[in-house]
Write a protein that binds this ligand. Structure first.
Ligand SMILES: Nc1nc2c(ncn2[C@@H]2O[C@H](COP(=O)(O)OP(=O)(O)OP(=O)(O)O)[C@@H](O)[C@H]2O)c(=O)[nH]1
Ligand SMILES: [Mg+2]
Length: 463
């Protein structure tokens, strides 16, 4: 499936947003990709809450309809006082907004194309509009669409209310240089509670393009004090990362290593036979996959394959799993992706590996956060996304912004990133402590650790 992008120019989008308030638009349906049929429209746009139709014609008009109600194919007339028709064109400085005629319904909830009376879209399953001004809405044909009823494109967006800012943040963060230095020191001075393990091993896993590789680059940049791009990041239809990579981080150029290994994986995809294979993931959890292993689309790495690492120690295992998801997609992941997450979580739970949800691209998700990152815990929208996401306990959810276009590191971005790392180290330590306790109880020891080694494994302060 090709990457689906909006046909709205920046100017058209800004004009449309000026009619809708503080919202973000999520493209649900694009007729040139999904088909100019009512069936294609309904399969993507029914029960999506508030939506806006955006129709394009070759006369240069962008016009359509907003409704705050669902399409459900109920065959009933839907009353919606908030509904309106609109038109944007180079001819007018401000968009035209047409409210409904008092007492008339906004649209008839039919199984054909969206029917607003005065404008019926996808008329007869064609790239066309039927125009009858005076039916529910009143306008001049020339103002609405320049009398050009053939469509060159037809899109529908879900309209997501971004809300405002909370007066009090729901999580307290000190946005000061002292805090950044404290976080850096705490991370650099971290010592795993098991002596034979020198670095916490944290796995990044998540959908294609979620920002896994960028997270490593961002942490590396934060410690180096300048932009780094060791892990290849970018946007593509399938995962840009195709190898398993274990990255260490240098505190400064030529300096000592941060006691953290970030493991980057290929992205997850909806289809069962695409993207990272869950069997490979379990091998990674258990430390059997080596750095630079090239993931294969023909199947997972088998235990008798040459690259399979048979003898593993606690250091090779994953100590904390970090699910990386884009903030604005967290609550609308496809069912197939959700099912994959359930399977991945189940496996991590069975192995007792602590898990964190890293919600990336907060700057993209909410313009108020894009303007000022300090709004991250005050944005009503981000809070909503955190609460609705994947059923992970709230204290395990960490919103971040990765470096993506900056040329220099920035204090607030670093603070959010380093706070996430500090949490990952705490969780990794919980895992390591549990491993030792389980070994003492003889529950499920690592093959290379036995109870006679336990006292030697523990750091003096945890003895
Ligand atoms: N604005 C913004 N862009 C981001 C952020 N994180 C990542 N990006 C961009 O998102 C795109 C994908 O990022 P990657 O780090 O390559 O994502 P990935 O999860 O490693 O993707 P695959 O390796 O393809 O699975 C890149 O263009 C990044 O610059 C973020 O926090 N904010
Ligand atoms: Mg990647």
């Amino acid at each position: 499936m090709p990457v689906i992008t909006s046909s709205l120019s920046n100017d058209q989008q800004n004009k449309l947003l000026s009619l809708l308030g503080n919202v973000r638009l999520h493209l649900l349906y694009k007729a040139s990709i999904h088909g100019y049929t009512a069936a294609a429209f309904h399969s993507r746009c029914d029960t999506q809450g508030p939506t806006v139709i955006v129709a394009y014609n070759s006369a240069g008009f962008v016009f359509g309809a907003y409704t705050s109600k669902d399409y459900t194919q109920s065959n009933e007339e839907v009353i919606d006082k908030e509904a309106f028709l609109y038109s944007i064109s180079a001819r007018r400085y401000k968009p035209l907004k047409v409210s409904g005629i008092t007492g008339k319904c906004a649209f008839t909830d039919v199984d054909s194309g969206p029917d607003y009376g005065a404008l019926v879209f996808l008329y007869e399953d064609e790239p066309a509009v039927d125009s009858n001004p005076g039916t529910s809405f009143n306008f001049k044909d020339t103002d609405m669409h320049g009398d050009d009823l053939q469509l060159t494109e037809f899109e529908v967006y879900r309209v997501e209310d971004l809300g405002d800012l909370l007066t009090k943040p729901w999580r307290n963060i000190q946005w000061t240089n002292t805090k950044k230095q404290q976080l850096m020191e705490a991370i650099l001075n971290y010592e795993p509670s098991v002596k034979m393990v020198h670095q916490a091993r944290v796995l990044l896993v998540g959908p294609v393009g979620a920002g896994k590789s960028s997270f490593f680059n961002s942490i590396n940049s934060a410690f180096r004090g300048n932009m780094t791009s060791q892990a290849i990041a970018g946007t593509a239809e399938s995962s840009v990362t195709t190898e398993f990579r274990t990255y260490t981080i240098k505190a400064k150029k030529g300096g000592g290593a941060v006691p953290l290994i970030l493991c980057d994986t290929m992205g997850l995809e909806d289809n069962l036979d695409a993207g990272l294979d869950i069997k490979d993931l379990v091998s990674i959890y258990n430390g059997h996959i080596k750095d630079r292993y090239q993931f294969s689309l023909s199947g997972p790495l088998l235990s008798d394959a040459p690259g399979y690492k048979k003898n593993v120690t606690l250091s090779d295992k994953i100590h904390c799993v970090v699910y990386v998801v884009e903030t604005c997609k967290a609550s609308i992941l496809s069912q197939k992706m959700r099912d994959k997450f359930v399977a991945i979580r189940k496996k991590a739970n069975q192995l007792g590996i602590p898990q964190i949800l890293l919600m990336t691209k907060v700057d993209d998700a909410c313009p108020l956060v894009g303007e000022d990152l300090k709004n991250v815990y005050r944005s009503v929208y981000i809070q909503k996304m955190v609460i609705e996401s994947l059923g992970i306990p709230l204290n395990c959810v960490l919103p971040v912004k990765n470096y993506s276009q900056e040329l220099e590191v920035e204090q607030n971005t670093d603070i959010l990133l380093l706070t996430a790392v500090e949490q990952m180290l705490n969780y990794a330590d919980n895992f390591l402590e549990n491993q030792v306790v389980e070994d003492q109880g003889g529950v499920c020891g690592d093959p290379e650790i036995n109870s006679s080694m336990i006292s030697a494994l523990m750091n003096s302060d945890s003895e």
